[in-house]
Ligand binder design. Structure first.
Ligand SMILES: NC(=O)c1ccc[n+]([C@@H]2O[C@H](COP(=O)([O-])OP(=O)(O)OC[C@H]3O[C@@H](n4cnc5c(N)ncnc54)[C@H](O)[C@@H]3O)[C@@H](O)[C@H]2O)c1
Length: 374
């Protein structure tokens, strides 16, 4: 079986978790904790790294196994990743580093920034199958720059962040479509994160014939992802992505959002929380004969452990799509895994069915078949 050669853009906490957890699973027999053990014959052990880009002086020039542990990254699994033979390359800074993050991301002054053609060349030289975008929220220009490079190189692009690339018309999707390069996105929906839990509750309300009146979801955390989002302008797309993910489970999502009845977004940076994310949710419901129901919930997760298993799945799906030369934005492959897919789907059951039907057509089997648990 071929290997999946992955490139990373942004060697931050999720990248660190991805690299360390792949090493973790290589060392044990169990595959517990993954969403799918096998997709189209690929397991987690088939993922390898062939390319990485960052702009931080602490990370550029280092082997990926070392760069993932550099400041300000926090993920530390109880194992040592051996040298990977992948040197982190200098990227294009553009809008990746907000002024208030300059001390954390510390852009290198000694490495020259590459051109688009340089990145295309490096992707081809390193035989990258799938490029994963893990830039800070608000990196609109930088994300589009790397997405365009992936499209030009015919490389799959997994857009983990809330910049709307797969879900908008921007020229990149068209170029990727022409070159058989799939784009999956946008904005990873964590394994058991606040979005999926909130969506499940909101769907349940509809499924029981009740009506969601108003709801909020407040999130606090202590890593650079949360610190970066202190700048309100940078997080506007994150709010749209999270709010629509919840609202799209309901009958009239646009009306709910327009009337301000759904709020979901990052709400605070508390450094001592580190990678722990705490989410508070509130839902007010109208049920039988106008009676009111209130739901309040507190969710505590390791934020990076929630995003990573979704990447482990989407990297494999992106590789399979590339093998079949299916390029551009792929709604059926994105709806289950992303908060802001090209076509929003009301229930995650529906989204999973779409995914399985799409994979089935390509002859790609999954294990376990999660529809059995719905
Ligand atoms: N549960 C989750 O953690 C979750 C869920 C959905 C989406 N996301 C998104 O995933 C992204 C990555 O999260 P993270 O916690 O790893 O972020 P992070 O802050 O730990 O890492 C960001 C990295 O990007 C680098 N960078 C900045 N500008 C760059 C540029 N122009 N080119 C190359 N590298 C650049 C930084 O130096 C840093 O290493 C964020 O946008 C986050 O919102 C996270």
């Amino acid at each position: 079986m071929a290997r999946i050669r992955v490139g990373i853009v942004g060697v931050g906490n999720i990248a660190s978790m991805l690299v360390q957890s792949i090493e973790y699973y290589k060392r044990i027999d169990s595959r517990e904790g993954l969403i799918h053990e096998v997709i189209g014959g690929y397991g987690i052990e088939d993922i390898e790294f062939s390319y990485a880009i960052d702009v931080s002086e602490a990370k550029v020039g280092k082997d990926l196994s070392e760069a993932i542990l550099e400041y300000p990254n926090l993920v530390r699994m109880p194992l040592k990743v051996p040298k990977l033979g992948v040197t982190v390359r200098m990227g294009r800074i553009l809008d990746g580093v907000a002024p208030h993050m300059a001390e954390d991301f510390r852009p290198s002054k000694t490495h020259p920034e590459p051109s688009l053609e340089d990145i295309v060349g490096e992707l081809l030289e390193n035989d990258v199958d799938v490029l994963v975008n893990l830039l800070p929220v608000g990196s609109e220009e930088a994300s589009k720059f790397y997405a365009e490079a992936a499209a030009k190189a015919g490389v799959s692009f997994v857009n983990a962040i809330p910049v709307f690339i797969a879900s908008s018309r921007n020229g990149i999707v068209e170029e990727a479509s022409m070159r058989g390069a799939p784009i999956l996105g946008d904005d990873i929906k964590g394994q058991l994160g606040s979005t999926i839990v909130h969506r499940a509750l909101a769907s349940l309300i509809r499924m029981r014939g009740a009506k969601l009146l108003e709801t909020y979801q407040l999130n606090i955390g202590g890593n650079t992802d949360f610190k970066n989002m202190l700048e309100l302008e940078r997080l506007s797309s994150k709010k749209v992505s999270k709010t629509m993910a919840v609202a799209s489970t309901q009958e009239k999502p646009e009306t709910l959002v327009k009337e301000g009845k759904v709020y979901a977004g990052p709400s605070g940076y508390i450094p001592f929380l580190g990678n722990t994310k705490i989410s508070h949710m509130y839902i007010k419901v109208q049920a039988f004969a106008g009676s009111e129901v209130e739901i309040e919930l507190r969710l505590k997760v390791d934020d990076k452990a929630m995003a990573t298993p979704v990447l482990v799945d989407t990297i494999r799906v992106a590789k399979i799509l590339k093998e079949h030369k299916i390029g551009g934005s792929i709604p059926w492959a994105s709806a289950f895994y992303f908060k802001h897919p090209p076509i929003p789907v009301k229930s995650d059951y529906e989204a999973l069915k779409m995914l399985y039907e799409g994979l089935e057509k390509l002859g790609a089997k999954v294990k376990p078949v999660l529809l059995e648990y719905y």
